[in-house]
Design a protein around this ligand. Structure first.
Ligand code: SAH
Length: 465
């Protein structure tokens, strides 16, 4: 992070703005909206700026800039057309430890103005850290369109009852849950629709109800969430929403750091990554940990790569919870086979080539991959092997020896599917082991076997054209 977004209270604060053109006018409008006591220093100013100052009690000091103009001020903004003057203002401000912004010159700024979505008192600020204001503005437009203007009223409403709710629910976690339900449910809808009295009655009623509701006081909950194969955009809305409600997040190796970051800032994050071949002990520990955290009344999110029920041992994790009557939800995710195949341009069941697809565990037990290989004879079935990198030579060999698959059967190995570093290696049952030996892909990888692999098209995802 190059900047820390903070919200500055400027009510009645003396602020100096040097410059009187269009850009200065824009900044003046913002500063005045925040209640600042603005002094504009410039030999000339636009008629619009003059009017703005007159309307909001700002002052125009008709002169060129001098160092003393900064004295006694809390903030300085420079918007003159002269580079040398701007630089001087920056240097003087730095010497006085005064926060300073020189418009359109990031290197001369100790703070920058973000793009703002104003639903006062609710404010959303977006910045590209000075890299692309246009991108920030595009994003602002998108967000702007999705947030009703009445959200400001909702924030005001919450503000009015903040103390009351705090007094009724002294503990922070249940209080947060209470507000989360209130801000997303019918109560919020009432406020947005302008029926604040009804909303208030509802809020008071709920506070009364929850005094009798022991579950709300003690109950933890567990969400077993499929985080998808890697690309964070492949999470479901439900996954993202529940993740943001978590007090504790347990995640493992396959979950992208970006996804783990989506949890609340103060949520506890626990890494429970497992090493290959060292499963059993760790798994019972995880099951136990989930149970204990929930029993402490926490909202626990267990993030799993892909889908929790596809080679994810999700079933085992919820068994113990069910036994102890801990409420839980399972949120499906896009499994690696779906994600990797789509991003690699391999339609797993293209009707000309395959009528079924099978997800197969490809790990070695001893030196073998344990399967009845005769089950894999059908040439119209696509096979997708998970956890098969180490066992790949054995898999290719067995498919030829015991499933009667032709040595020419196409094989694709997708390395780090759906991530920016995704790589697709192509070969056949006869050649793939050598390809892997040469290219040395790293986990996670997925092996796709069958004629559909011929359809692999290089979609050139990441856009060098
Ligand atoms: N529950 C997960 C699978 C867990 S098993 C899911 O539904 O996807 C772990 C295996 O998944 C890895 O060994 C690898 O074969 C596969 N895998 C997971 N993420 C992958 C990715 N981004 N690219 C390729 N394979 C992946």
């Amino acid at each position: 992070m190059q900047y820390l977004p903070v919200c500055l209270r400027l009510q009645d604060a003396p602020v100096v703005l040097v410059g009187g053109g269009t850009v200065a006018t824009r900044k003046a409008r913002l500063l005045l909206r925040a209640g600042a006591n603005v002094t504009v220093v410039a030999p000339e100013i636009s008629a619009e700026l003059e009017q703005l100052l007159a309307d909001h009690g700002g002052v125009w000091q008709q002169s060129r800039y001098r160092e003393t103009d900064l004295h006694g001020k809390k903030l300085a903004v420079a918007a003159t057309p002269e580079r040398a003057t701007n630089k001087q203002i920056y240097q003087h401000a730095m010497a006085l430890s005064l926060p300073v912004n020189v418009v359109d010159a990031p290197e001369l700024c100790s703070f920058i103005f973000p793009s703002i979505i104003d639903r006062d008192p609710l404010l959303i600020a977006i910045t590209s850290s000075g890299k692309s204001p246009v991108l920030a503005r595009i994003l602002r437009r998108k967000i702007e369109a999705t947030i009703p203007t009445a959200y400001g009223r909702l924030a005001d409403f919450a503000g009015r009852f903040r103390q009351l709710v705090k007094d009724s629910i002294p503990r922070a976690t249940p209080r947060r849950l209470f507000w989360e339900q209130a801000m997303e449910g019918t109560l919020a809808e009432q406020v947005l629709a302008g029926r604040e009295q009804q909303a208030e009655a509802q809020l008071r009623e709920r506070l009364r109800e929850r005094e009798q509701d022991t579950r709300a006081l003690h109950g933890g909950e567990v969400y077993l969430i499929g985080a998808g194969p890697g690309d964070p955009d492949l999470m479901t809305f439900k996954a993202a929403r529940l993740l943001q409600s978590a007090d504790v997040v347990l995640y493992d190796r396959l979950v992208s750091p970006v996804i783990v970051e989506m949890a609340r800032r103060d949520a506890q994050r626990i890494y429970v990554g497992k090493k290959r071949a060292d499963h059993t002990v760790a798994q019972t520990d995880i099951n136990q940990l989930l149970l204990e955290l929930a029993q402490q009344g926490k909202r626990v999110v267990r993030l799993k790569g892909g889908d929790p029920f596809i080679f994810g041992r999700g079933g085992e994790e919820i068994e113990l919870l069910a036994k102890h009557r801990i409420p839980f939800q399972v949120v499906p995710g896009i499994t690696a086979a779906n994600g990797a195949a789509c991003y690699a341009g391999i339609p797993l069941t293209h009707r000309d080539y395959a009528q079924s697809v099978r997800f197969v565990a490809g790990y070695l037990k001893g030196n073998k991959v344990e399967h009845d290989w005769s089950e894999f004879q059908s040439t119209t079935e696509t096979l997708v092997f998970y956890m098969g990198l180490v066992g790949l030579p054995v898999i290719c060999e067995q498919l030829q020896a015991h499933a009667g698959r032709s040595p020419d059967t196409p094989v694709a190995l997708v390395e780090r599917g759906t991530l920016l570093e995704q790589r697709v290696l192509l070969g056949t049952l006869a050649t793939m082991a050598d390809v892997v030996e040469r290219e040395r892909p790293t986990a996670p990888t997925l092996i796709i076997v069958g004629d559909v692999v011929r359809l692999h098209t290089d979609l050139s995802w990441f856009g060098e054209s």
